[in-house]
Ligand binder design. Structure first.
Ligand SMILES: *Cc1c(COP(=O)(O)O)cnc(C)c1O
Length: 397
């Protein structure tokens, strides 16, 4: 059996998205900035895509900027808000400890440039509250940036309430919604969002293309300088095939959200119940405040990498937030943020399901993970110490 359970890392492109791209490589390959016919047809398609994306997010077309993906959108949103704040003498930014590195590393850079960054603690259930945000906002706060859904553990934040607090306090609010769109309803008006980032390859679109939504009163700073594309805010010839594929994938993901949720929730909950039966294991993040597809567990006495390699042998593609994936020996900053101790944070497993996931696959995953965890524990001197009582357990049995 071959099972892809790493949809939070990237997704397979949908046939519709691929089909939507092909004409823009074979026929309508003109540069949207060119004045002759195939340039102008390309330009019309680009503006049509912008209007369609705006409709999905419930904003105006001129508030949509096409980028190279989620990372670029996060960088541009944060740097723009920082520069606007700086001009008004506001150099404080609020975020959380469990953001994506596209956010955290941008904030690190700003900190070196003299900004003060407050990273909010995340509760053990993987959720940040609006009250925490409210308490952290100061006179000199330029931006609040908090992800909609976490990429490692899948927990969903109370974005509408957080946005409301920011509106009341007159502070810009950005959200990295890369893991949320197509998984939970997102509406920039209802959710009080000023800026939002998306990435096409997380919802069955192509890699290397994304969206920055920025409310029309926000003056964006350029990350990429050059031509006057994207109303002068993002230089470079537009990736029109990618944009067309992304637009179709986005419309489809959002239109299919109800079906997807109804299909995935029972599978997700079956997976959680099955993995919960493994001794000394715990689900990471709230049971309910999570996207329908993502499940993340910690197992005591296990190294995440060994688990992944053995699951790969059984045909299962999954992920672990720790070590190898990030090329370092540090455990996942997300698991540490929700209070997992180092030794447990190393033994994590993320399984992210998709619309093609079947019940047979869930059964096979549960069986395989149980076998592999047993196998690894039997070989582990660390586990032996736990069993012999030489070390205390972190989790209950
Ligand atoms: C994948 C991801 C990103 C980065 O998006 P890219 O398009 O790969 O640059 C940013 N934030 C979150 C939460 C993600 O999951």
């Amino acid at each position: 059996m071959k099972i892809y359970a790493d949809n939070a890392a990237t997704t397979k492109m949908s046939r519709d998205a691929i089909d939507a791209m092909i004409p823009y490589m074979e026929e309508i390959y003109g540069n949207p900035s060119s004045l002759y016919e195939i340039g102008q047809i390309a330009k019309e398609s680009l503006e049509n895509a912008r209007a369609r994306v705006a409709k999905v997010l419930n904003c105006e077309p001129r508030e949509i900027y096409f980028t190279s993906g989620g990372s670029e959108a996060d960088n541009q949103a944060i740097i723009s808000a920082a520069k606007i704040g700086e001009r008004k003498g506001k150099k404080h930014i609020i975020s959380t400890k469990f953001e994506h590195h596209a956010v955290l590393h941008t904030l690190n850079k700003l900190e070196k440039e003299g900004f003060e960054i407050t990273l909010l603690d995340v509760h053990s259930n993987g959720v940040v509250t609006a009250k925490q945000v409210e308490d952290a906002i100061r006179e000199d706060t330029a931006l609040v940036t908090i992800m909609y859904a976490n990429n490692e553990i899948g927990t969903v934040q109370p974005i509408e309430e957080i946005g409301k607090v920011c509106r009341e306090k007159n502070v810009f609010f950005h959200t990295d919604a890369v893991q949320a769109i197509g998984h939970v309803p997102v509406d920039v008006q209802k959710d009080n969002i000023d800026m939002l980032s998306l990435s096409a390859h997380k919802f069955h679109g192509p890699k290397g293309v994304g969206v920055l939504y920025a409310k029309k009163n926000i003056f964006l700073s350029n990350i990429i300088e050059g031509g006057a594309q994207e109303r002068g805010k993002r230089a470079g010839t537009e990736n029109l095939p990618g944009i067309m594929g992304m637009t179709v994938a986005l419309e489809k993901a959002v239109a299919n959200l109800d079906n997807y949720t109804v299909k995935l929730l029972p599978l997700r909950d079956k997976l959680i119940a099955g993995l919960d039966k493994i001794s000394y294991s715990e689900l990471n993040g709230d049971r309910d405040a999570r996207v329908p597809g993502t499940v993340n567990f910690c197992f005591e006495g296990i190294e995440g990498e060994s688990l992944l390699l053995l699951l790969d042998d059984k045909g299962i593609s999954a992920s672990s937030g720790s070590a190898c994936t990030s090329g370092s020996l540090d455990p996942s900053h997300v698991l540490l943020a929700i209070g997992r101790p180092h030794e447990v944070a190393h033994g994590s497993l993320r399984l992210s399901l998709g619309e093609d996931t079947t019940e047979e696959e869930i059964d096979y995953i549960i069986k395989s993970v149980s076998e592999v965890v047993d196998y690894l524990r039997n070989m582990s001197p660390f586990w032996r110490d736990l069993v012999n009582g030489k070390r205390p357990h972190v989790f209950a049995e």
